[in-house]
Design a protein around this ligand. Structure first.
Ligand code: AMP
Length: 215
């Protein structure tokens, strides 16, 4: 099964993708994670995209499509994939169609997480994660049980994303509205869009997505 998780920044795509990887043995292809890895490694590509990412703008279609193509090339044909944060423009959606066709893969569902933008700003500007194990926390919703200690692995080191500040978040929202939301009709024409209320609890969102995938 191949699916796209679609929704503005902070809608819960990453949380759900991580869960689906564990529960369904799928692979998460997150262009945001791939780009952050390039940025943090200080590769030539990373240096080129740093300013664009930190401002909350979109990296070029060619770069992200190349990253996705490289990852798909390394996967067994039967390996299910979750596209997380890709595609984000109509051009990327069209490139993905071609990439999937070339590998005899079918896109089963585009799951759109519907959310309230103002609530998202609060969600995103509060989020942080454990450096050691990646467990996700939030100043406003989910503090570690013991202050400054990861519930999962006990590490004391946490980090925040460079683009999780209010100004960059507003830009990312605007980019989503202007460039990403317009790809929905492309998938609606194929009859594969399913909507899930992303403002519900993680548990309820999980159930909603599971109902789609098992439906
Ligand atoms: P994310 O982790 O998905 O929120 O992505 C973080 C940032 O990486 C975005 O704000 C963009 O700057 C960049 N990015 C991630 N995925 C894409 C994509 N598919 N197309 C263009 N830029 C992307």
């Amino acid at each position: 099964m191949n699916i796209i998780l679609l929704g503005p920044p902070g809608a819960g795509k990453g949380t759900q993708a991580t869960r689906l990887v564990k529960e369904r043995n799928m692979v998460q292809l997150s262009t945001g994670d791939m780009l952050r890895a390039e940025k943090n490694a200080g590769t030539p590509l990373g240096d080129r995209i740093k300013a664009v990412m930190d401002a909350g703008e979109l990296v070029s279609d060619e770069i992200v499509t190349q990253l996705i193509d490289d990852r798909l090339a390394g996967l067994a044909p039967e390996q299910g994939v979750i596209f997380d944060g890709y595609p984000r423009t109509l051009a990327q959606a069209q490139s993905l169609d071609a990439l999937l066709d070339a590998r005899d893969r079918t896109l089963d569902y585009v799951v759109e997480l519907e959310v309230d933008e103002e609530a998202l700003v609060k969600r995103i500007t509060g989020r942080f994660e454990c450096v050691a194990c990646g467990a996700l926390y939030n100043d406003n919703y989910k503090q570690p049980i013991k202050a400054d200690t990861c519930d999962v692995c006990g590490s004391h080191e946490f980090k925040r994303r460079a683009d999780d500040n209010e100004e960059a978040v507003r830009t990312r929202m605007a980019e989503y509205r202007a460039k990403t939301a317009p790809i929905l009709p492309h998938y609606e024409a194929k009859g594969i869009v399913r909507r899930v209320d992303g403002m519900a609890s993680v548990e309820t969102v999980s159930k909603g997505i599971d109902a789609v995938l098992d439906g």
